[in-house]
Design a protein around this ligand. Structure first.
Ligand code: GDP
Length: 400
């Protein structure tokens, strides 16, 4: 299986929107969000930066070492194959964790699926509840990753039955939250079920993980996990990581359970777009139409010391190209796109165009701020913008 893809190959996949998934990782602090995204960045099929006209295979940890920069938890487009078919998974950085006010992370808005990481020992915590609730309110479909399963063996020394009970308990609590916060039309479908494959058990630190269907296919079970951690032979854990690599488990599940942008935008746009759904702009978004007016929702503005302000966001409709004049709804001004690129971890790679349903990084929109909606200038009079984000406060803890 070719691990490395060129920018051109990825861009051509991005045009087939059934092959695109937009996901993010969310978690209670310390449950393993950073370790999980690092593992994905390091192990998944990374797109190769072009060096002197040649596609050069690099993994991100190498890039990090070579350039002395921290790549961790960046936006990145990953390549992954399932049953011989290639997919582009845009892994979007969600800022650390909910901050003290429990603020909705704007980045959730551009996701269609979330990987919710839960520490097997700590179980569901306050911030797990907050981030899961935010995900459901944005109609972002959750997948559960029960991380740090090694701790159940090494620290708690649980028997297989006790382990099972604890894992089932976490799953039950997770489904209770989906039941509580999910909208009626989604919650039944979105409840997780280990047999179906949308629960991953594993250890991000030790790089192994599996869903039940994957474990069955590969002849692995919890007994192997217990053996690996109770054995004096340290290579047993590495063996597990090569038999059931965590990135494979997570990315397979994302491809299977997270809707593609065409499916997702049909039910997400009515929820997040404030304005008539009959306008040409809204219809184009409902269909993630690459030929419709451009609607680019900017979730992040960052300074690149060499290039200036970079606007990152999701193209909900149309196709972004350099030279397009866009109307910034909040700034009430228009600006021209100077350059369009896609994210490959530490680097932005120039792209001729980024079609609807994908994540783009854009130069030229320096009047924009996070949360801005940029529209094709011909549609500046459309009545509508993205709904303001709700802020969910975490329960206030009072000390008696
Ligand atoms: P974040 O705050 O959610 O981003 O969590 P981190 O990824 O920074 O992880 C928090 C701590 O948990 C770090 O010390 C990690 O090394 C550790 N950790 C992450 N994954 C695992 C795991 O699978 N098993 C164990 N035992 N520790 C882990």
């Amino acid at each position: 299986m070719p691990r490395y893809k060129t920018v051109e190959q990825v861009l051509s996949l991005m045009k087939d929107r059934t092959r695109v998934r937009n996901i993010g990782i969310i978690a209670h602090v310390d449950h393993g969000k950073t370790t999980t995204s690092d593992t994905l960045l390091a192990a998944a099929g990374i797109i190769s930066p072009k060096v002197a006209g040649e596609a050069l295979a690099l993994d991100y940890l190498n890039v990090e070492q070579q350039r002395g920069i921290t790549v961790k938890a960046a936006n990145i487009s990953l390549y992954h194959e399932v049953e011989g078919k290639g997919y582009v998974i845009n892994l979007i950085d969600t800022p650390g964790h909910v901050d003290f006010s429990g603020r909705v992370t704007r980045s959730l808005r551009v996701l269609d699926g979330s990987i919710v990481v839960v520490d097997a020992v700590e179980g569901i915590m306050t911030q797990t509840e907050t981030v899961l609730r935010q995900s459901l309110e944005e109609r972002v479909r959750p997948i559960l990753f029960i991380n740090k399963v090694d701790r159940l063996v090494k620290e708690l020394k649980l028997s297989p039955q006790e382990m099972l009970n604890r894992l089932l308990d976490i799953i039950r609590q997770f489904n209770n939250l989906i039941d509580m916060y999910g909208e009626p039309e989604f919650k039944e479908k979105w409840m997780i079920n280990p047999q179906a494959g949308n629960v991953i058990f594993g250890s991000a630190k030790d790089k192994w993980g599996f869903s039940l269907p994957m474990a069955q296919k590969k002849g692995i079970n919890m007994k192997h996990v217990i053996d690996a951690y109770t054995s004096s032979d340290k290579s047993k854990v590495e063996e597990l990581a090569s038999q059931v690599p965590i990135h494979e488990a997570l990315l397979d599940a994302a491809i299977k359970f997270v809707p593609n942008p065409i499916e997702a935008q049909k039910y997400r746009i009515p929820k997040i777009w404030k304005g008539s759904l009959d306008s040409e702009v809204a219809k184009a978004m409902l269909n993630a139409d690459p030929n419709g007016p451009i609607v680019f929702m900017i979730t992040d503005m960052k300074v690149d010391p060499h290039a200036g302000l970079v606007a990152t966001g999701r193209v909900f409709s149309g196709t972004l190209r350099a030279g397009e004049e866009l109307w910034l709804v909040n700034a009430k001004t228009s600006q021209r796109v100077l350059q369009v690129s896609l994210y490959m971890g530490p680097t932005r790679e120039l792209a001729e165009e980024i079609p609807a349903g994908n994540i783009a990084a854009v130069l030229g929109l320096d009047r924009a701020r996070s949360g801005e909606t940029a529209l094709s200038v011909a549609f500046k009079d459309v009545q509508g913008s993205f709904e303001r984000l709700h802020y969910i406060s975490e329960p206030v803890v009072t000390i008696a």
